[in-house]
Design a protein around this ligand. Structure first.
Ligand SMILES: [Zn+2]
Ligand SMILES: [Zn+2]
Length: 202
């Protein structure tokens, strides 16, 4: 018990120095199993001292970007970790955000009778795009967030190139919207199985 607490204290110290670590690194450092570290991490997370992001552990301090604004996706309830989430503005007032294009499109269903504007971001440049101007690769093998994945591009050319590498279909906003709504109404259980990947590993 004593040792457990010391280890947790030490984890915080390591994080204060290093900024972020992985469970594997900690398990090597303390020579304990990853399971043991996971248990510590869970407790520290519950206490609000740390948070997990993209497989790393970070201190839960205000210096860690988007700390105060961590929101959950209204569709899949996953925390929104993307720097630039999918944004829908309803009647020029209320803004709602989704974790990715997949959930963003689903969210439009909820507001289908309202006046909305929506923005998303180019997958490559992260530049903002009006969702109506974007091209979407739907159902590719790259699944950065929810599945079937929807990835947006400013340029149709980039979308086509991406499709060559990762499959899927290039669609306009309305096509992508209809496709996702249709697929999700048929097969809800496939929703939002997240799968992380690195472009370099593909
Ligand atoms: Zn979501
Ligand atoms: Zn998502």
């Amino acid at each position: 018990m004593r040792q457990d607490n010391n280890r947790k204290k030490k984890i915080i110290e390591i994080l204060e120095k290093k900024g972020e670590v992985t469970v594997k690194e900690l398990s090597n450092f303390f020579s304990v199993s990853e399971m043991t570290i996971y248990r510590d991490v869970k407790i520290l997370e519950k206490q609000g001292l740390i948070k997990r992001k993209h497989g790393s552990i970070l201190l839960n301090s205000s210096d860690n970007i988007d700390e105060k604004t961590i929101k959950t996706c209204p569709i899949c309830e996953k925390p929104i970790t993307r720097t630039n989430p999918y944004k829908i503005v309803i009647n020029g007032k209320k803004t709602v955000e989704a974790c990715c294009e997949h959930c963003g499109l689903m969210l439009h269903k909820k507001y289908e009778n309202q006046e909305v504007t929506a923005m998303t971001y180019d997958f490559i440049t992260e530049r903002p795009i009006n969702v109506l101007d974007a091209y979407y690769v739907v159902g590719s093998s790259a699944v950065p967030c929810c599945s079937p994945s929807v990835i947006s591009f400013i340029s149709q050319d980039d979308a086509e190139k991406f499709k060559k590498g990762f499959g899927g279909k290039v669609m306009t906003f309305i096509q992508a919207y209809q496709d996702i709504i249709e697929r999700m109404s048929l097969n809800v259980k496939d929703c939002c199985n997240s799968q992380t990947f690195k472009i370099g590993d593909l």
